[in-house]
Design a protein around this ligand. Structure first.
Ligand code: CA
Length: 423
């Protein structure tokens, strides 16, 4: 059997040029339409393969799992079936959509039932997130923040190269792409004020991140090694961790960010499996000083994923303000997971682990407005001539990402969200 990742595979479904959703990708999501209740699907070109309908047509009958998982409102039950099932379903769908296979290609009635136009569908949050953790694993981001907020000569704190620094976030306010939210209020203390005030944040910022979804639970007390980590990861999403910088600056000492980070975080709707990203693996960052043994790893643990952020004002076309790459990460997902569980903290299917802002080494690759405008000192110009230091009401922020190699593109689609005025 040829691999689902085989670059020579072509689909009989029309795939537009530069589509993120090639036959080598086949990411999982949850969608609904005016006629169809929420269900699992796989993106292909401009369509969705309806997994619930495909199951009813008998295409997965020999795979020996409970097909009801595809009619659930989240992917959790499907993910909990384990990696052999994820792989079997992705392989089967690759065959069904392959130009060399006729089963679905030659059955117009079946196609009408299980191929849905993405434009006719609403994407839903694909997982029920039990816990959400946010790391701080980009060395360029951590260095930029340290230079701005602390000491330019000693930007990184002493622990940073020894620990994949992170904090526990809040799952309840993670939403799917396409949502809008009101500019949050929070307590701030302006530099020239004697006492703090409560008001809408003036320094609303995005954070360009990715996140991975836990695919295999552990028991309390169990640890996951870097070598085992991949078995526990279902796939990756784009992530925008909205942040209120003025609130953050006042509240974060001594326990870290609280309300400045939990008012809205946004995921892209399609979960790209680690299997689909495998061909795009690259060597990790050279880590010096040497990490503790439980954080050592072998193999190529970074991934070459182009990332970008665009701002679209209310009545203007978008402007790309950042081009970065996941390969700039200092700490890998494998190390993050090994660290997260080294004390026996258990993880559950559907948990979300975000990378932290992913900045690259150059100015054009910084992953937040804080860094792009260097704390507001270097505004960026939009297509309509207006300037941004941070994010304005009416702005839509769009994160995009894709990997590309040997003529094969595996992408994430969009992670978009719009800011409404404070209530
Ligand atoms: Ca963050």
């Amino acid at each position: 059997m040829i691999s689902a990742n085989d670059p020579s595979r072509r689909s009989w479904v029309t795939i537009p040029a530069n589509s993120d959703f090639t036959i080598q990708n086949l990411p999982f999501g949850i969608f609904k339409t005016a006629q169809l209740t929420p269900r699992a699907g796989i993106a292909i070109g401009e369509h969705i393969l309806d997994l619930a309908a495909a199951a009813e047509l008998g295409y997965f009958n020999d795979l020996n799992f409970d097909l009801a998982v595809f009619r659930a409102t989240t992917l959790n039950d499907f993910i909990a079936l384990g990696r052999p099932v994820w792989r079997a379903v992705r392989d089967r769908v690759a065959s069904l959509l392959d130009a060399q296979h006729t089963t679905l290609q030659n059955d117009a009635a079946a196609q009408a039932r299980c191929l849905i136009l993405q434009s006719a569908a609403t994407m839903l949050l694909p997982i029920q997130i039990g816990d959400y953790t946010d790391f701080y694993s980009s060395i360029d981001h951590a260095t930029n923040m340290g230079k701005m907020l602390r000491d330019p000569a000693n930007a990184l704190l002493p622990n940073w190269k020894h620990i994949p620094v992170g904090y526990h976030g809040r799952a309840s306010s993670v939403v799917v792409s396409g949502n809008q939210f009101r500019r949050p209020k929070g307590q701030q203390k302006p530099a020239d004020a004697e006492v703090p005030v409560l008001g809408p944040t003036k320094l609303l910022d995005f954070e360009l991140e990715t996140a991975f979804v836990i695919g295999r639970s552990t028991q309390l007390g169990e640890t996951v090694s870097t070598a085992q980590a991949e078995e526990h990861i279902f796939g990756m999403l784009l992530f925008n961790d909205w942040s209120a910088r003025d609130v953050q600056g006042w509240e974060y000492i001594p326990l870290g960010p609280f309300l400045s980070k939990n008012f809205c975080s946004v995921v892209s709707p399609w979960i790209v499996t680690l299997d689909a990203l495998e061909p795009f693996r690259v060597a990790g960052y050279t880590q010096e000083p040497k990490v503790l043994p439980y954080l050592e790893y072998t193999g190529n643990c970074n991934i070459d994923i182009h990332l970008e952020v665009a701002i679209r004002p209310e009545a203007a076309s978008e402007t790309v303000v950042c081009r970065s790459n996941y390969k700039y990460m200092y700490w890998t997902m494998e190390q993050q997971l090994a660290h997260h569980t080294c004390n026996g903290c258990n993880i559950n299917v559907g948990d979300l682990m975000a990378s932290g802002t992913i900045s690259g080494p150059d100015e054009g690759s910084f992953g937040s407005m804080m860094e792009i405008t260097w704390r507001g000192t270097k505004p960026v110009t939009m297509s309509d001539g207006s300037e941004r230091k941070f994010i304005n009401d009416g702005d839509t922020v769009i994160v995009r990402g894709y990997a590309e190699k040997n003529g094969v593109r595996v992408g994430f689609g969009e992670c978009a969200s719009k800011v409404l005025p404070a209530s």
